[in-house]
Design a protein. Structure first.
Length: 162
């Protein structure tokens, strides 16, 4: 058994929108768990993305979360939950005027194939420059940010934004 107090877990600066990763603190082997406390205007992550090999569940504890998918926007209130299947694109944010607190659960724990369809915080296109595919995979190389899963073309949106 493992037990952890939220106050004992540091907030991650950028990886998960300032979240608290409870995964390592609880020594989970098969599930990822993140706690988010978002002020109005803050986002869970900076991109509309999909974990091709992981389903995600968000439990809203306080406030209200707005999730953007490729088809629609969905508002999830306190004491509600939303599930995203593997490969389903989504991005969540706090559009309300109060603090949002939520827990995100992903299984399996490690997601090796994350695709990006849009990066609202950079306001830049992430379509493949080679074949035009509307999504790119997060690269594992140090000098490359995104790679096309179909043709292998590379894209570094942080170098071309703004």
């Amino acid at each position: 058994m493992e037990r952890v107090s939220f106050e004992d877990v540091e907030r991650e600066p950028a990886d998960c929108g300032g979240c608290q990763s409870l995964t390592d603190a609880l020594a989970t082997e098969h599930v990822a768990i993140n706690r988010y406390v978002l002020a109005p205007g803050e986002r869970f992550s900076g991109s509309v993305h999909a974990h091709m090999d992981q389903e995600e569940v968000f439990l809203v504890l306080a406030g209200e979360a707005t999730f953007e998918t490729r088809e629609e926007e969905v508002i999830v209130g306190a004491s509600e939950a939303i599930r995203f299947s593997p490969g389903e694109f989504q991005s969540g944010r706090n559009d309300g005027d109060r603090r949002l607190e939520a827990i995100a659960i992903g299984a399996p724990r490690d997601s090796d194939d994350v695709r990006i369809a849009e990066i609202p915080v950079l306001d830049t296109d992430v379509s493949c420059p080679g074949c035009g595919k509307g999504e790119m995979r997060i690269a594992r190389a140090e000098d490359v940010e995104l790679v096309c899963p179909d043709c292998g073309a590379e894209l570094n949106p942080s170098e071309t934004s703004g």
